[in-house]
Design a protein around this ligand. Structure first.
Ligand code: GCU
Length: 763
């Protein structure tokens, strides 16, 4: 009988408590759950102040049935956030420290006839050696992806190499129209005796027709490596969203006249290069990356999402017209990469080596473990064009270890996959000239000019300064965006007002800045969807980052969504902006239409108020007069062949501005903007620092070793010590380093003042 894969998601018992006896003893008062499951579905998105971080247990009884006899049995866990330990009848069967990757455990040696207890301890508590340590998203705990039971024959492709299929399919162009297809992997034979067998590859086109068939006889020892290579002339190319053509590679191993194991891998033939003069070349044709970033979580569900939610995300990403997606900041569900293959989106895949490295393990082994799993598990997805090795890892500390680790991660990526590019996402503070920028094939920068710092228009200048410093390095805008609460509106949008109008303005500028520069390969909007970020509380909402084009429940598309749709999508439409800004206190209004149609007409209560014909995607009708009562604003767009597209909204003229539209920043005392004003900064005489005494260059932990130095720190920074960022970074963060982060808002004069006090304290 052939190998079987059974879903194993039902009938789990869950307990939100950590008790080691659960490894061997049934939980008495647990809750029945179906996987995927997360215990932070609501508290991880702002329902309560803190979200539960710690260990919890899942259990399930496993009946060893006669159908299992003679089978090799494995449990496949889609993901355990962030660490998982699997016990069978009280014995540890396997574990994972990669909370976003799949892992498997072999069960046979621990199973006995009849009833067996499978217990899984899942832990999303803080562990300095397991990444991510700190980031702007919720670290949801749970068995949040599908679990499967694998019932395999004595002969099968390797399922325990940290990969997924045990079969690695590589396509490579070796001449004009000529590709080389390589299929390699390992076959495991659980019997003591060697066997003769055959590995076979059949390549089928989309019509199911066999394009080629090759095979090799193999002698099957305990572990047998195999490799099949075949030239394919003029395959139909996988060409992004225009033509996501996939072949199916069916790989089998046969012995004793029957197929023992079989894999079906979807594969696209394509070439991808990054250039500084023509941008990304997909099959030699330039393609600007019109990208969005995606986090995997969903309103009310946390990261415990099903295929239906993933399909909805894909439908929205397709609707906006994106041709690329950055799947941030960790490995996503395999099904999502598969959807990207099928719909032709180019994928930037990455690991959570983010914000700060482990401070206990200078080598950050966990980053390497996660990279290995990501690459091996997602290797066969032709949509992936690059591996991301770090995101803003220098935010708090940058040492030689940081540099060596990034370089070694790149080496590992190249060793596991020599055919794909590497990339990293830098924080804006990384200098254009930084040596870090020479480590990967492409460089991404997360740039928030006009939100966290600077002005909207600075974006283009930064692109240009980077290019001047690195004319040979392809640049990507790996993140950009602004928090937006669609409740807030303004006639005069400005930074940090959280209004829908500011988001529109910000993104409009970015689109132009990217489009006009060929060395910029493209950009990734941060973010396609609002997402859970338990430590946030701003813009009128707790527990969420609101930079999405769509809300976390996927129900509301903010106006900026339609801006991108107008630029990127061919699906004809018209959209009136400002519909949630329904009460207008000015009679004269600018009304903006977002559309990919040339010709539109606008009406107010049936009367024509504007008519425009142009290629502009953003069409503004000036001085539209509103009247007392309801104003039904309607827009008509005329497509080719006379088709009509419409949108409408109702606006009311009111006498006073509606205060509910304005975001009022709570004066939170603790984080007042000019917190330093209470200190005397008038003494500007520069100090020469003495060796052997404390200074702003010592880490906070070092300062805290001395009572006096600690007192100086607390005097100035008591207001930040309750911040989780502070807690996690104190062993590496100095006051100097803090001063480089806009977040702390430290004026340079203050450093001198603090040094005068610190540098008087001997070490
Ligand atoms: C960073 C980071 C994101 C974060 C974003 C933000 O650049 O990479 O994870 O969510 O900024 O502040 O919104």
């Amino acid at each position: 009988m052939m190998n079987k894969e059974l879903p194993y998601n039902e009938n789990w018992i869950f307990k939100q408590a950590d008790d080691p006896s659960f490894a061997a003893q049934p939980i008495q008062d647990g809750q029945h759950v179906t996987l995927p499951h997360s215990w932070n579905a609501s508290d991880g998105q702002g329902e309560s102040e803190a979200y539960y971080r710690g260990a919890c247990w899942y259990q399930r009884l496993f009946q060893l049935e006669s159908e299992h006899m003679g089978k090799q049995i494995y449990l496949e866990i889609g993901a355990a956030g962030n660490k998982g330990e699997v016990y069978v009848n009280g014995h540890l069967a396997g574990e994972s420290r990669c909370g976003y990757a799949m892992f498997r455990v072999a069960l046979n040696r621990l199973l006995h006839e009849g009833e067996n207890l499978i217990s899984i301890r899942v832990d999303n508590g803080y562990d300095n050696e397991v990444l991510p340590l700190l980031a702007d998203f919720t670290f949801y705990g749970g068995l949040y992806r599908e679990v499967k039971l694998l019932l395999l024959d004595h002969l099968h492709f390797d399922v325990m190499d940290n990969g997924r299929d045990g079969v690695y399919v590589t396509q490579k162009r070796i001449g004009a129209g000529l590709f080389e297809l390589t299929v390699e992997g390992q076959i495991i034979n659980h019997r003591a005796a060697r066997e003769s067998g055959r590995v076979q590859l059949e390549l089928r086109n989309q019509e199911g027709k066999t394009v080629c068939e090759i095979g090799a006889d193999v002698t099957l020892e305990k572990n047998t490596a195999f490799k099949l290579v075949q030239e394919i002339a003029d395959p139909v190319l996988w060409h992004g969203t225009e033509q996501p053509y996939l072949y199916e590679a069916v790989v089998t191993v046969e012995s004793e006249g029957e197929v023992k194991d079989r894999r079906s891998v979807e594969i696209g033939f394509r070439t991808i290069q990054a250039t500084t003069d023509r941008g990304i070349l997909l099959n030699d044709k330039p393609l600007k990356l019109n990208g969005v970033c995606r986090h995997q979580d969903f309103g009310g569900k946390g990261n415990a999402i099903t295929k239906a939610e993933m399909e909805l995300d894909m439908a929205l990403i397709r609707e906006v017209g994106a041709n690329s997606v950055r799947l941030a900041h960790y490995q996503h569900d395999d099904y999502f990469y598969r959807l990207c293959d099928r719909y032709g989106l180019l994928v930037w895949a990455e690991i959570p080596y983010i914000s700060i490295p482990s401070t206990k393990d200078p080598h950050n082994h966990n980053a390497f473990e996660q990279l290995e799993r990501l690459i091996k598990q997602a290797y066969n997805h032709c949509s992936i064009y690059c591996w991301g090795v770090q995101n803003e890892i220098t935010i708090a500390v940058e040492t030689e270890h940081t540099h060596t680790n990034i370089q070694k991660l790149v080496q590992l990526a190249k060793q596991l996959d020599p055919n794909r590019m590497t990339v990293q996402a830098n924080i804006n503070g990384v200098a254009d000239e930084s040596v870090i920028n020479s480590y990967t094939d492409m460089i991404g920068y997360n740039l928030y000019y006009g939100w966290y710092y600077g002005e909207i228009k600075d974006l283009g200048d930064r692109f240009d300064s980077f290019h001047r410093a690195n004319p040979e390095i392809p640049l990507i805008l790996s993140e950009y965006g602004v928090d937006t609460n669609p409740r807030f509106h303004s006639y005069t949008p400005k930074v940090q007002d959280y209004s829908e109008e500011y988001q529109l303005m910000f993104h409009h500028n970015a689109l132009d800045s990217i489009a006009s520069r060929p060395f910029v390969q493209g950009g990734y909007v941060w973010n396609m969807f609002d997402f859970g970020s338990a430590n946030r509380h701003e813009g009128g909402v707790r527990g969420r980052n609101q930079k999405g084009l769509v809300t976390i429940d996927r129900k509301l598309k903010k106006d900026a969504f339609f801006l991108y749709k107008a630029y990127w999508s061919d699906e004809p439409f018209v959209h009136l902006t400002g519909r949630r800004f329904a009460e207008r206190h000015q009679a004269q209004n600018e009304i903006t239409v977002l559309t990919n149609l040339r010709h539109i007409r606008m009406y107010n209560n049936g009367k024509l108020v504007a008519e425009m014909r142009s290629d502009a995607k953003v069409k503004v009708a000036h001085e539209v007069t509103l009247y007392e009562g309801n104003n039904l604003i309607k827009v008509e767009g005329y497509g080719e062949s006379g088709s009509l597209y419409t949108d409408e909204m109702t606006l009311q003229l009111v006498s006073k501005a509606n205060p509910a539209y304005e975001y009022v920043k709570p004066e939170s005392g603790a984080h007042v903007v000019n917190w330093f004003e209470q200190f005397d900064l008038s003494d500007t005489e520069e100090l020469k620092l003495r060796e052997g005494y404390y200074s702003t260059f010592d880490t906070i932990d070092e300062l805290f070793e001395n009572e006096q130095a600690q007192a100086v720190f607390v005097k100035y920074f008591a207001h930040v010590t309750d911040n989780p960022f502070f807690e996690v970074t104190r062993s590496v963060m100095s006051i100097e380093k803090m001063a480089q982060l806009t977040f702390y808002n430290i004026p340079p004069e203050l450093l001198n003042v603090i040094n005068k006090e610190l540098n008087a304290i001997p070490k």
